[in-house]
Design a protein around this ligand. Structure first.
Ligand SMILES: [Zn+2]
Length: 258
């Protein structure tokens, strides 16, 4: 059994499948195994776990679309259903968006914010890897702009969820890392808090939430109450807390419209 993370506002969408995988799973009762463990980015075990994850979500496919994540702000638009998975795999990007049904898209994280973005009007979905650097480069704004340009998605129609990520409670950085966030935050914006001499806490989900609101997404349509990967490290991987660690898979897939 794989106890993935789901968000209610997305579960209510009958034509969308989504989820974030946990760090452990049980195939036999009482036997716990690491899911997507360290240093296994494209090995056999990784592909095996990918398959198990797809099955657990009720998806009848053995493969999925993912890109080469580079902590940038590029968005890959998946427009061709005939393209092979390996053709996409080497594209450098940190988000994938698509209107194609039955094409699962996935990003990997361990602390960085996994964002799912869904437009129920135009039936378009995206997954985003928004870490500190990606957030600094405003990847989420790029995704909102790309779905608008490519598919006509309006921000006010978008439904967004942020999955397990390191929270403002635990993500401490030094001043050079905090500076870009200090510069863009107002006094009461709440995503940068001074922690001590030259140290700051950054709240990445909150920074992305505010970015989404600024782009016109409705406050009530952005879910940010996901668990902190460092506080709840028994359930989710945290690169910050563990160093060498596995990865969480965040997946989304459109079901065909009738
Ligand atoms: Zn925490």
């Amino acid at each position: 059994m794989i106890s993935s993370f789901f968000v209610e506002s997305l579960q209510k969408q009958s034509l969308l499948i989504h989820g974030t995988s946990p760090r452990y799973f049980e195939m036999k009762e009482g036997v716990r195994e690491s899911f997507c463990p360290p240093e296994n980015d494209n090995g056999e075990l990784f592909r095996e776990h990918q398959k198990l994850f797809l099955q657990s979500l009720g998806i009848e496919r053995e493969d999925l679309f993912r890109v080469r994540q580079v902590h940038g702000n590029q968005v890959y638009v998946l427009t061709d259903a005939k393209i092979i998975v390996d053709g996409v795999r080497h594209q450098e990007a940190d988000a994938i968006v698509t209107h194609l049904p039955d094409c699962p898209i996935m990003i990997l994280t361990a602390d960085c914010v996994p964002i799912i973005i869904y437009d129920p009007v135009n039936h378009v979905v995206g997954v985003v890897h928004a870490g500190r650097v990606g957030t600094e480069k405003r990847i989420f704004s790029n995704v909102i702009e790309v779905v608008g340009r490519e598919y006509g998605s309006r921000p006010r129609d978008l439904i967004v969820s942020m999955g397990p990520a390191i929270g403002g409670c635990c993500y401490e950085v030094d001043e050079p890392c905090a500076l870009p966030f200090i510069e863009r935050s107002s006094v009461d914006s709440g995503f940068v808090v001074k922690a001590g001499a030259g140290k700051f806490f950054i709240d990445l989900p909150e920074a992305n939430r505010q970015e989404g609101c600024e782009a016109g997404i409705l406050k009530e349509n952005i879910y940010t109450d996901g668990p902190c990967t460092s506080c709840d490290n028994h359930r989710w991987y945290s690169y910050r807390k563990e160093g060498k660690t596995g990865r969480l898979m965040t997946l989304a897939m459109l079901r065909p419209r009738r």
